[in-house]
Design a protein around this ligand. Structure first.
Ligand SMILES: [Zn+2]
Length: 240
């Protein structure tokens, strides 16, 4: 039953309801006499705390101030999340741990898009490190302190002297967004110590991503791709 997800839905009297992700697989198991199933773990206290902290941040920034207004906001956000991700509507009292963590990521990204750095910094621990670096590049925050002031994009791999920054292919470099202080610190202590202190590396972006964040135009990417193609053809004809 490893691939099947069985989630607790509700308890009414002595009757418990569960939601099953793969009904056909479950009925097959039942026919074979298997009666022991693993339940999906439910939302943790910590996760619930993160959800309320993030909704609080979004509410404060968008004029949902009272607890009554925040409850309305919470309902709307849950509905949007469920529509966007095709998830059945849920309650924060018993939703699965997995859906709770997807909802937390959804709220964090929404905060960042709205220009709000989450006040509870611990929420970042729920997000994969490379995704944190990407979001900070995409929504423009310092990856270390989440400031929006004086941001610069750091090329983690050295851009050689004489290698004009306006004419480099950014797709070939590990990138991260840093404020001016943390950028200076990066160059002062070096990439190795910086990683030991802050535990993230820059990430490689693809064409769609560099265009999306306005680092390169589609035309520039095409020009580089054409250049690589010509170069490869040249090497091929040389070796023949
Ligand atoms: Zn910073």
């Amino acid at each position: 039953m490893k691939s099947n997800k069985i989630e607790f839905v509700k308890l009414a009297g002595d009757l418990a309801t569960f939601r099953v992700s793969d009904v056909a697989a479950l009925s097959k198991e039942l026919r074979r006499g298997i009666r022991t199933f693993e339940l999906e773990p439910s939302i943790s206290k910590q996760q619930r705390k993160y959800v309320y902290a993030l909704i609080g941040d979004l509410g404060d920034a968008t004029g949902y101030e009272t607890s009554y207004e925040k409850a309305i906001l919470k309902k709307g956000l849950k509905q949007n999340f469920c529509e966007d991700t095709e998830t059945p509507y849920f309650s924060l009292s018993d939703v699965s741990k997995e859906v709770a963590s997807q909802f937390i990521e959804y709220l964090i990204e929404m905060c960042l898009r709205e220009g709000i750095a989450p006040t509870n910094k611990l929420v970042w621990q729920t997000v994969d490190v490379d995704r944190q670096v990407w979001w900070c590049l995409k929504y423009r925050y310092c990856t270390v302190c989440h400031s929006k002031q004086n941001l610069q994009i750091n090329h983690e791999d050295t851009v050689g002297i004489g290698n004009d920054r306006r004419h480099i292919d950014h797709r070939g470099h590990r990138l991260e967004c840093l404020c001016v202080q943390h950028h200076a610190e990066f160059h002062k202590i070096g990439a190795v110590q910086f990683y030991e202190k802050y535990h993230f590396h820059g990430i490689l972006l693809d064409t769609e991503q560099v265009v999306e964040i306005g680092l390169m135009s589609q035309k520039q990417c095409n020009q580089f791709d054409e250049f690589y193609k010509q170069e490869a053809l040249g090497n091929e004809s040389n070796s023949n």
